[in-house]
Design a protein around this ligand. Structure first.
Ligand code: ARG
Length: 577
């Protein structure tokens, strides 16, 4: 596998050339890889692949390795090469070469992230809350993971269309319209909020449970809405506008924005035709008055696409959505970010899309599912009635961040403190989410999310801000651009940090390709740890000018990588904390 790590690739190429020079066609299929050394006393990297050739070449691996490393001149990038033990090749990279490599990265746009997308289109369907309800803690992961993927794909050269597929259509609107008319005061209707809509829905729903006549009225209002009745449409439109306004208030706090807001209603007119197409293809069949698609041969349960009362299903809308996106955008990928409970739904409609030829590349439709976020006490679930509202969660995070800021005796204008609290609090929530593999359940605790030491958002933001203040002091004392300084890399801690910096582009690409922002979060955390061991061992401003200039250059590069990386996770990087 090509890891894209700069040093590993360059060294692996050299090893391949050496073996080819020594053994010719006998090693044509051999693709050696180097990996980071397990122990620094063996050098920076090692290659253990000579063992694989013992059988083919009928020679002991150690002799094979020795012949190979003598076959061609050792390139300038390698300071030391050694064959050890049964045939390991230990490699030490030249500090000069390494310095040149990271200088290239640090001056390249976006710290050397490659353009792997080449402008290909990726639709990312994320957040997608249901209208007329307040966003709750259950929406945080789709929004935060989806937005990190959005940023990662843009950064790697894809043309991203972030689409908020809100749930703005469905049977609940009949109940809601009646609730709005009967359970809200004139004043509430005049100054409608999403909280009012929730209240109206609950009242109307409870009434409908007891009163069949009420239920009938709700159904009639729903049919009127579906048939385009002007008054009901206007009320519905109002619900949607207010919901979007409320969602946008959350998204602004979260630094999230969308290119498209095509909710379920956008596809409404296309649903009948989707069912027709499925019938024509011989996929849909009638069963008790409903239309179903059998998927037994794929090991999946039956998928309902039209109810016996003529209503359409979630899957029908999603098939229409794929068809519309494929026709309009010819996307390379369509990525959906939802919780794990929707896995079956995605498997079913992805399979149907493939069967009708809407999607021919098996990797084109991707469901990125994630585990739920829980508090130690239990799940946040709408059904339990103790839903934590997203707004409250964010407010609490900001309040806690503000406490930390206030305890520090900072001389800062109030507006800056408020902004800082927002950046730290929301960054902490985002990082607590993104630092976990999406496919794991998160037990969220404030202690861990807000910890100033350890793997947390605030820890990384502090690390960045500390480097910024060091850079400010350097600017006052010396004044030259640190990135233009000559890098020496003569201590092991400096070299380790430099090696880590070369891995930045690979971490970004791997995170995007695996749909796991956690890969980048892990990378940034180890980078910050490498920086911290370098910083503890290496005096900077007090060193003699050549050493000082080199070390501050390394600091500036670390700051650039941290800021670029945190930005890709959607986390702000205040330069002063
Ligand atoms: N509105 C859905 C929900 O709240 C999520 C929609 C996900 N996107 C999709 N195309 N199905 O569960």
């Amino acid at each position: 596998m090509n890891t894209l790590n700069l040093c590993e690739n360059a060294l692996s190429d050299y090893i391949k050339q050496a073996f080819t020079a020594a053994f010719g066609d006998a090693v044509a299929d051999f693709s050696p890889r180097v990996q980071p050394a397990t122990d620094p006393k063996f050098g920076d990297f090692q290659c253990n692949d000579s063992m694989q050739l013992a059988k083919t070449l009928h020679r002991p691996p150690r002799a094979i390795a020795e012949t190979a490393v003598k076959a061609i001149p050792v390139p300038e990038m390698i300071e030391k090469i050694e064959v050890a033990g049964p045939g390991f090749i230990n490699l030490t990279v030249s500090p000069n070469w390494l310095a040149g490599q990271i200088a290239n990265l640090a001056t390249a746009p976006h710290f050397g992230i490659p353009d792997i997308g080449q402008g290909r289109t990726v639709v990312i369907d994320y957040s997608s809350p249901n209208a007329a309800k307040q966003m709750h803690i259950g929406h945080i992961r789709s929004t935060v993971i989806g937005n990190a993927l959005d940023r990662l794909y843009r950064a790697t050269g894809f043309h991203v269309l972030a689409d908020n597929h809100i749930g703005d259509w469905g049977t609940q609107f009949g109940i809601l319209i009646e609730g709005y008319r009967n359970f809200l005061t004139e004043e509430q209707r005049g100054n409608l909020t999403v909280a009012d809509l929730e209240q109206a829905y609950v009242s109307s729903y409870n009434r409908a449970k007891e009163d069949p006549e009420w239920m009938d009225t709700c159904r009639r209002e729903l049919v009127k809405l579906q048939q385009g009745d002007a008054e009901n449409r206007a009320i519905w439109k109002k619900f949607i506008d207010i919901s979007i306004e409320e969602f946008n208030r959350m998204y602004r706090r979260l630094d999230v924005s969308f290119d498209l807001w095509r909710g379920e209603s956008y596809y409404n007119d296309q649903l009948a035709d989707v069912v027709e197409t499925l019938k024509t293809c011989g996929l849909a069949e009638e069963s008790d008055g409903a239309q179903i698609v059998r998927l037994e041969d794929e090991g999946l349960p039956v998928c309902l696409i039209q109810k016996s009362d003529g209503g359409f299903n979630y899957a029908t809308t999603d098939i229409a959505t794929v068809r519309s996106r494929v026709t309009e955008f010819s996307p390379y990928r369509i990525v959906y970010v939802t919780d794990e409970r929707q896995q079956l739904h995605f498997k079913q409609f992805f399979t149907i899309c493939r069967k009708i030829g809407l999607s021919t590349d098996p990797d084109q439709l991707v469901h990125v599912w994630f585990g739920l976020m829980r508090l130690p006490e239990g799940t946040f679930s709408t059904r339990q009635g103790n839903v934590i509202k997203l707004d409250d969660l964010l407010n609490e995070a900001v309040r806690r961040a503000r406490e930390i800021i206030d305890s520090g005796n900072r001389e800062m204008p109030e507006s800056e403190k408020a902004e800082l609290a927002e950046a730290i609090g929301i960054g902490a929530i985002k990082y607590a989410d993104l630092s976990h593999d999406p496919q794991t359940l998160i037990v969220f605790t404030w202690e861990k999310a807000m910890a100033l030491e350890g793997n947390s958002g605030p820890y990384l933001q502090y690390a960045y801000a500390r480097i910024c203040s060091l850079l400010d002091k350097y600017a006052e004392q010396v004044g030259t651009d640190p990135l233009k300084n000559r890098l020496l890399l003569d201590s092991p801690a400096e070299k380790a940090l430099a090696l880590k910096l070369t891995q930045f582009p690979a971490a970004v690409v791997r995170a995007a390709e695996a749909y796991k922002p956690s890969i980048l979060a892990d990378y940034l955390f180890t980078l910050a740890q490498n920086y911290s061991s370098f910083y503890q061992r290496s005096p900077i401003l007090k060193s003699k000018p050549t050493v000082r200039d080199s070390r501050i250059c390394l600091c500036a590069m670390t700051a650039a990588a941290l800021s670029e990386g945190l930005h890709l996770l959607g986390i702000r990087t205040p330069s002063r904390i």
